[in-house]
Structure formats: C-alpha cells, structure tokens
Write a protein that binds this ligand. Structure first.
Ligand code: SAM
Length: 255
C-alpha cells in the first residue's frame, strides 16, 4: 500500500517515522522514533511498573500515527498483564497503512464505522477514527474504566494546537483515573499553562535529542516549583479553544 501525503524518514536509532505533508512535521524526533517513544511514553508513564503491580493497564494515546507507540507498549508489557489501549487518529489511511506493520488480523468494531477493535492475547486495542476532540465525547459516554496512563502525542502545538488547549486537557482529565500519569515530548510554556489551567500538576521530563526537557503531568501531585516560577515569568499565552487558531497563524507566519 502506498501512502499519499507522507514521506518515510529513517531516524537515528534505525526505526522509521513518517513526515506528514499536511502538518509539515514528522511523527517523531529524527534522533530516534523508537527511543523517543520508550523514553517519553513507556518510561515517562511508568508503564512496566504499573502493569507489574496491577496486572492490567488502561492506556490512552492521542495520535496513533505510525503505530510505534502501540508496538513499543506491547513489547514492554509482554507477559506482565492485560493491556487496554485506546488511540485517536484523524487519518484513516494512515491507520490502515500503519496496521500493516503488525502481524495480526484486525476486524472493524462496528459494521458502519471505520473504527478498529483488535483483540490479541493480553491486549485489546481500539482505534477511534476522526477528530479526537469530538470522539472523546463518545468515549466519555461508553467508557467503563478510566485511563491509568495518557500518551499526549499530537503534532507540535505550532502545527496541531487544537489538541493542546485548556479545554482538551480538561476532557482528558475527565476520562482519567485520579492516579493517571500523562506524558508528552513538548515543554512549550503555552501547553504547560493550558495543562495547569485544566487542573494538571506538572513535572519536568527527560531530555531527548536537542530538546532540553519534556513534560509529565498528573492530577494528584504537586507541580515542580521551578516550572511554576518560569510560567509566571513567561509571556506565553495559555492555549485555549478561542485562541489556538490565532496562535498557529502567528507561529507559522514567520519561519
Ligand atoms: C506525532 S503523530 C503521533 C505518533 C504516534 N503516537 C506514533 O507512535 O507513531 C500525531 C498524530 O496525531 C494525529 N492527529 C492530529 N490531529 C488530530 C485530531 N484532531 N484527532 C485525532 N488525531 C489527530 C495525526 O494524524 C498524527 O498521526
């Protein structure tokens, strides 16, 4: 299958990512797609520790993309317990393409829908096709158990600001367990302010490639003092549903 509007890129750790023409951005750091995924999501959300102590884990991924998040998760949790993995993805062709990289048969979840339900030993995987901002509403109505972990892996705020707003992070809080861990590669002040305004506490995450830091968030802890001090001094706006379009226009008007 040939994928339109994406170009494959070989990253420094030998894994492949895709460059999206629509968003003008690669799905991962070119310094290593798999390594970045393991650092920010698998370790960043303490996935192996959680599943070891609970024998089960509910994971929400924002942006299925190439499927590397899922692949690395299945690898890291193998033999440790039951995984429920739910991912949002706006591009159905990308999902069809990425699923070919797995050696299982998938079945459609509903006859009249393009969503996927994949059942394999020790994991149930659901991919909801469409705009995550509306699909999260269906999810809230049908969810029997809230999420332990969130991989917040949209494209960058500059390109995909709709998935970095205060209102988006409020929606994520509503589908989360009180002990949830959310992780992302971004350390932008505007997204951190949006998370804080939505009730999340913030911690600095690990560096990867040229990026000096990243963000971990939860609903039960305290924010790092240093992050709060920096945000107080920062002129960056708090991203919200009323200003994200203007934010993207401004960020992309000069390069
Ligand atoms: C950085 S990539 C995700 C990479 C992915 N986690 C992986 O392991 O390959 C971001 C993804 O978010 C998707 N996306 C962007 N806006 C979206 C939206 N409003 N709703 C659902 N998915 C969206 C993009 O199509 C893209 O596949």
């Amino acid at each position: 299958m040939k994928l339109k509007n994406y170009k494959p890129i070989l990253t420094d750790d030998g894994s492949q990512t895709l460059f999206s023409e629509r968003y003008q951005e690669a799905c991962h750091s070119t310094h290593g797609a798999s390594e970045e995924t393991r650092l920010h999501y698998i370790q960043g959300c303490s996935v192996p520790d959680f599943i070891r102590s609970h024998q089960a884990i509910n994971i929400l991924e924002v942006g299925f993309g190439t499927g590397i998040g899922l692949k690395e998760t299945l690898h890291a949790t193998e033999g440790l317990g039951q995984v429920f993995y739910l991912s949002f993805e706006i591009d159905p062709e990308l999902v069809e393409y990425s699923l070919k990289g797995f050696d299982w048969k998938h079945t459609n979840l509903f006859n009249n829908s393009s969503d996927y339900l994949i059942e394999i030993p020790n994991a149930q995987i659901i991919i909801l096709i469409g705009d995550a901002r509306s699909r999260i509403t269906d999810l809230k109505e049908n969810l029997t158990q809230k999420f332990d972990v969130i991989y917040q892996d949209a494209f960058s705020p500059r390109r995909n600001a709709d998935l970095w707003t205060k209102q988006w992070f409020e929606q994520l809080a509503l589908v989360s367990q009180p002990h949830v861990k959310m992780s992302t590669y971004s350390a932008s002040s505007s997204i951190r302010k949006a998370m804080l305004a939505a009730g999340w506490s913030l911690k600095a995450g690990e560096k990867f490639g040229p990026k000096r830091t990243s963000t971990r968030a939860d609903l039960s802890g305290h924010s790092d003092d240093e992050i709060i001090d920096r945000l107080k001094r920062s002129p960056a706006i708090t991203l919200d549903d009323n200003n994200y379009q203007e934010y993207m226009n401004e960020k992309n008007s000069y390069k």
